[in-house]
Design a protein around this ligand. Structure first.
Ligand code: ADP
Ligand code: TRP
Length: 326
């Protein structure tokens, strides 16, 4: 059995990039018989950027509903909300005390974020330590993440190595990153990487009218209806071909190249493809969002299993630091 763990922050609505880049590949991994998956909503991480309780709760519910709507079997796996096992904060503190300051100061994601954001708080700086705690507290072996998270995984291994070297070699499991290099970066409506923080998302689960509005916003060049168009430099085509089967994509390529096919037509085809591709998931998502107590039940079940899995690891660390067991 391989133990796989990954988390998604609840700092915004789950979008097409999250689905194609994280949730669907995660669900696929969870369907292989030898994998035991720990998937969680990283709501404590979201405090670095979101201070408002109502939006955190709403986004946490939406991220949870997205995973379940996409087919995660929550009986077979452990699906939980990070803050439901808040001991991860205690665990992160211990890890902090084994983390060299310059290692954090050199983190690319901190440098990027501190250049872009106005709220540069210490949580943003120690974020990789909380992420290490998320992983190490569950003895995770494999962590599927995007390339942007690779350095955080290296730090996690370094921190675990430091505890093992100074306390006991058997204390923590060193996890391996599974970098999802085959997953393409999904472009947003403005052509940059789709991201909650850039206001350029396609919210696959939005009501039809809103979804259509988002799709219609995708930027293109200004060629007219009759002009032949280059599919390979077009965001609408890029999004379409991520979802289409090969025959549909080949037909769309022909439409672009032959002229008489406008960007409006292409966007409409993309909108319809999203509706068709995610019909069941959209239905299930809406059902879950309308039944908060069922969703809470799911998360409670996950929290109980997550606590049972993390308790022995936490006890090992407490004991090796001379604290009495809780
Ligand atoms: P965001 O940039 O919207 O805040 P996160 O950083 O929370 O997204 O990412 C959550 C997961 O979704 C990560 O595994 C990340 O690699 C994946 N992901 C996010 N945006 C994209 C995208 N545009 N294309 C592919 N994968 C993405
Ligand atoms: N840092 C990750 C991101 O922004 C989210 C995350 C938090 C995570 N803790 C984790 C991912 C542990 C994998 C494992 O995408």
């Amino acid at each position: 059995m391989a133990r796989i763990l990954t988390g998604i922050q609840s700092s915004g609505k789950p979008h097409l990039g999250n689905l194609l880049g994280a949730i669907l590949p995660g669900v696929e991994l969870s369907q292989r018989p030898d994998n035991e998956c720990f998937f969680f909503i990283a709501d404590m991480h979201s405090v670095t950027s979101i201070k408002d309780a109502a939006s955190r709760k709403e986004h946490s519910r939406a991220v949870a509903a997205a995973w379940i709507a996409c087919g995660l079997d929550t009986d077979r796996h452990v699906f939980y909300r990070q803050s439901d096992v808040a001991e991860v904060g205690e665990f992160a503190w211990y890890l902090n005390c084994f983390t060299p300051f310059p290692m954090l100061a050199n983190a690319h994601s901190f440098k990027d974020k501190s250049d872009k954001l106005s709220d540069v708080n210490a949580g943003l700086f120690t974020y990789p330590v909380l992420m290490a705690a998320d992983i190490l507290m569950y003895d995770a072996e494999f962590v599927p993440v995007g390339k942007d998270q690779q350095q955080h995984l290296e730090m996690t291994r370094d921190i675990a190595g430091a505890l093992n070297a100074q306390l006991s070699e058997e204390l923590l499991v060193l996890p391996e990153a599974r970098i999802q290099s085959d997953v393409q970066t999904v472009p947003g409506t403005d052509g940059q990487k789709m991201s909650k923080s850039y206001g350029n998302i396609i919210d696959v689960f939005a009501p039809e009218k809103e979804l259509k509005k988002q799709v219609m916003k995708v930027v293109t060049d200004s060629l007219g209806l009759d002009d032949p168009k280059d599919p390979d430099s077009c965001n609408v085509f890029a999004l379409y071909s991520l979802l289409a089967d090969p025959a549909q994509a080949a037909q769309m390529r022909k439409n672009y190249q032959s002229g008489g096919f406008g960007y409006g037509h292409a966007k409409l085809a993309l909108f319809e493809l999203i509706l068709e591709r995610f019909r069941d998931e959209r239905g299930e998502f809406t059902r879950l969002m309308e039944d908060p107590s069922a969703l809470e039940e799911e998360l409670k079940k996950g929290a109980d299993k997550a606590r049972a899995a993390s308790a022995p690891v936490l006890q090992r660390v407490r004991k090796s630091l001379g604290f009495k067991p809780a």
